[in-house]
Design a protein around this ligand. Sequence first.
Ligand SMILES: Cc1cc2nc3c(=O)[nH]c(=O)nc-3n(C[C@H](O)[C@H](O)[C@H](O)COP(=O)(O)OP(=O)(O)OC[C@H]3O[C@@H](n4cnc5c(N)ncnc54)[C@H](O)[C@@H]3O)c2cc1C
Length: 499
Amino acid sequence: MRTKEDYIKGLGKMKRNIYYDGQLIDRDDELQMDCLNVIGTTYEEAAKPENQELCTAISHLTGERINRYTHIHQNTDDLHKKQDMTRMLCQKVGGCIQRCMGIDGTNAIYNVSYEADKLNNGATQYHENFKKWLTRFQTEDLIGCCAQTDTKGDRQLRPADQPNPGSYVYIKERLKDGIVVEGCKVHISEASVADEVLVLPTRALRPVDKDYAVAFAVPGDWDGLKQVTTIHNFRPREHYKRGFTAGATDSYMIFDNCFVPWERVFLAGEHQHGGACALLFALFHRHSYSGCKPAIGDVILGTAALAAEVNNVHKAEHVREKLAELIMTIELGYAAGYTASSLGKPEVYIPGVGFVPYGPGSYIPNSIYCNVGRCLSGEAVWREAEILCDISGGVTATFPHEKDFANPATGDLLMKYTKRNPKMAVEDQAQFWRYLGDILCSATGGIMNVGNYHGGGSPIMEQIAITTQYDIESRKKLVKYIAGMSGGDREALVKTINR
Ligand SMILES: Cc1cc2nc3c(=O)[nH]c(=O)nc-3n(C[C@H](O)[C@H](O)[C@H](O)COP(=O)(O)OP(=O)(O)OC[C@H]3O[C@@H](n4cnc5c(N)ncnc54)[C@H](O)[C@@H]3O)c2cc1C
């Protein structure tokens, strides 16, 4: 396994294809350092002996110890550990750990490439090619991002019906030694700091959309790929440093006549599996949310409780109610993910059919519980911000900048007039409001909230998954029986419980 320093050194050697605010920048540019420190935490923590069980695993391909973020889930214990590792690491950086896209993308493609080969009766070698790619990914302990979301053009039109064929990434040309792809994936987190980019479809596809059923992996600086990146850093601090400064990046990834050799292609035209790949990645990613959102909730809960303490209102009844509300969302999201892990199996749920075996035997979390957990905690984002705003008052919006505290002309006066709780050091109170301003009132804080709401799929996507996979009919039959209507069935629910 590599170190954080090896990782950053490797990025420094990559070709320049990252555009930021009108300039071409290096991957190890100072602007990206806060983000690199977040991902670097996954290397530092995995190297600690006390974290070996949680943050590393034994590769089923090589028998070697690997970082868990490159692992394919072999049993329910792996699913539990992925959830708990995610929560622990997100707590350490106070937000998104940014390495889940790679593990979620690899687990999806691992299964889908196997099923596509089966459908093709040995005419394709997607799965073997993927395993070779994965072996290197694991051995070299690489960072992968996952590029799923397409620009999607007119939302009312399916891929093949769009006036611009590149509204969804598609196979423009098939050559003897590979394919040429075109299109643009948007909002792709940590692409500007990733070694490898996993690309996969964004939605269910019809036979006519077959050229959009494409999955592949290329290095982040591959020929024919340009990244236009936004970097989300908090305002720099000179005088009153933070304990940990997190940063993040997202990229528009433009594939312009981009050649991908066959050994890096894991799906090319199998439309049924394109849709399955989209759903499976979303499913693994929603499972990751059951680790990260509870951790972000832990941070919000601590922040809300401290805001109440700084204001000396922590004993007020309405504060207790709000803290209880935060805890309920945190732990229900975690419980949903825990159940999804416990019920995981090498099967997927097909509406109207039930669970069917899928893939070569690796473990897939339960879909209903992943979707319920992600939707519940994703939608709670703005309510959580509302609670922070309510308990803190207006201070976060207008708190003076740090240099006014450092300036002898205003510093002492500001200390005198910002002091609230007599039992807490006034310096700590000021430091706390600076932190709350970071997460509640900054551009970066706003971007995080939008990401936490839409990342992994907007709530409507989870609602579609839940209602199409949940057996509502059996519930109707049960009620018909209880109400004494025709067509009732007392046993309907017992037979179809969602496992
Ligand atoms: C900070 C951040 C990080 C992200 N990171 C990643 C990443 O790493 N990788 C990745 O692949 N994606 C990433 N995403 C993308 C995320 O998954 C999408 O934002 C999400 O799936 C919603 O897609 P969209 O943004 O295109 O919204 P849209 O699809 O444009 O949705 C906007 C609204 O239109 C509605 N709508 C859309 N289509 C229809 C329709 N046909 N009929 C009716 N209503 C419709 C939606 O329900 C929604 O209310 C990230 C997003 C953010 C904000």
